[in-house]
Design a protein around this ligand. Structure first.
Ligand SMILES: [Zn+2]
Length: 460
């Protein structure tokens, strides 16, 4: 049978040699033609069936018929989570950014946590799951997973999307599943026991939690590097080069980053072997038959390749609610030159956090990832930390607390302080050393699925 790169709308080809040849290693022009076909379809579909886009585009005076390729995307307005929140409040319970038929086919109701405003509801239809499963199962096969693998999922089985996406994907790819959930549901020692006794071969979770699991095992006198775990898939949280390297060595297994979001229910990119070897530094390949990622400056203009800005995604994975020019708030870059692995698919450079998590002090913007890398360069192994922006006597200061086995080591403290001041080009940095687990209460490390490390206390 002839290979079909674009099967029916909202479905995606599986992983294999054909996909490598016809998409991942195809000439860039071929990839763009494939995107144009899907874009034409999804824009028409949105204009004809989704009230939210009908209103958004009419109000912006945008003509959707002018969009013929990804180059024309700027003809359409962008929107973000604030638009969505207003839309949900005006049209409860979940707004009108859906094909109205969703009400008759709900498979699952997901929701955000609501820590930043009203929780947003996300209905997922039975018709939505096959396409999402296509992309996720593709990611697993791309990593070489197969029916002999057992996948241990540590994302929370809750109304958040990640655990369910991994579950659909494992089922779509024919991979065994161990639904462990987070440390709150299945305590760390019990998770370790499960991983060892069940012979888990693949771990999925945030880098911080999987690091913590290995450390707990070591503290118990066990050696997780000798167990059967052969691949680690991280998602849902930023992980610096140093954190990834530490995770690989603790488990003695390669670490691959998978990028997705609950707003789009699209797993848009995944590390190739070349990116894995660089601990993510060269960027993860984007499945461009499923989405297009633009990078925008605060004025909404596209930034040059390789430069950072806000992620703006157009994704035709979620059948009931495709996202067209959705500004996600993630600080990312996209590199479109050919990868050293030979693939021509564009790459998403390592996310540097949220556009609104960047701390601004004086005229400097400080990204959470820059702080983490500076700490690791100065004090290898110090992966647990927090940074707090404070105001003292009318001036801004950044207080960075790092965990160490030797919290009274004054030489270490002054070395790290000098290194961070130089690296971040900021004089007002103070370092505090804390014994192990001293920052866990604030970050939620080992307990929460996503840790929080940067706190701006000048606002409160
Ligand atoms: Zn590559």
């Amino acid at each position: 049978m002839e290979f079909d790169l674009l099967p029916e709308p909202f479905r995606f080809a599986g992983y294999g040699q054909d996909l490598e040849a016809n998409l991942a290693r195809a000439p860039v022009e071929v990839i763009r033609q494939c995107q144009a076909k899907r874009l034409l379809h999804v824009v028409r579909y949105a204009a004809e069936t989704i009230p939210f886009y009908q209103d958004l585009w009419r109000e912006a005076g945008a003509d959707w018929r002018s969009v013929r390729s990804v180059d024309d995307l700027h003809d359409l307005p962008t929107w973000n989570v604030e638009h969505q929140r207003r839309n949900i409040e005006e049209k409860p319970p979940w707004g009108d950014c859906y094909n109205p038929e969703i009400s008759d086919e709900i498979a699952m109701m997901l929701s955000t946590s609501g820590t930043t405003g009203t929780p947003r509801l996300f209905p997922v239809g039975y018709g939505d799951i096959p396409g999402m499963r296509d992309i996720m199962a593709r990611c697993f096969h791309y990593l070489g997973l197969n029916n002999r693998d057992l996948l241990h999922v540590t994302f929370t089985y809750a109304p958040m999307g990640a655990a369910w996406a991994f579950t659909w994907a494992a089922q779509g790819a024919g991979i065994g599943l161990l639904p462990a959930s987070s440390g709150r549901t299945t305590e760390s020692r019990r998770q370790i026991d499960l991983i060892r006794r069940a012979g888990v071969t693949v771990l999925a979770g945030t880098a911080s939690f999987l690091t913590r699991l290995a450390e707990v095992a070591v503290e118990e006198g066990q050696d997780p590097s000798a167990w059967k775990v052969r691949k680690i898939v991280i998602a849902g949280e930023l992980a610096s080069v140093g954190v990834r390297a530490k995770l690989e060595s603790l488990w003695n297994a390669p670490v691959y980053d998978l990028f997705g979001s609950v707003d789009t229910l699209t797993w848009s990119s995944i590390d190739c072997e070349a990116s894995r070897c660089a601990h993510g530094a060269i960027g993860a390949h984007i499945w461009q038959d499923a989405c297009e990622i633009e990078v925008l400056d605060p004025e909404g203009n596209q930034v040059p390749d390789g430069e950072y800005g806000e992620m703006c995604i157009t994704s035709w994975v979620w059948r009931s609610s495709p996202k067209i020019r959705f500004r996600s708030g993630d600080l990312v870059g996209v590199e479109r030159s050919q990868c050293s692995c030979g693939r021509t698919l564009a790459r998403m450079l390592p996310p540097r956090g949220r556009v609104d998590h960047v701390i601004r002090m004086r005229a400097t913007s400080i990204h959470p990832m820059a702080i983490e890398q500076a700490i690791l360069d100065a004090a290898p192994g110090c992966t647990e930390w927090i940074a707090e922006a404070l105001q003292e006597a009318g001036s801004d200061r950044l207080r960075v607390t790092i965990e160490t086995e030797t919290p009274s080591d004054e030489a270490l403290r002054s070395t790290v302080q000098a290194a961070l001041r130089a690296k971040l080009n900021l004089g007002m940095i103070d370092i505090v050393l804390s014994p192990p687990h001293g920052t866990a209460e604030l970050t939620g490390s080992g307990r929460e699925p996503k840790v929080k490390r940067v706190f701006d206390r000048r606002l409160s």
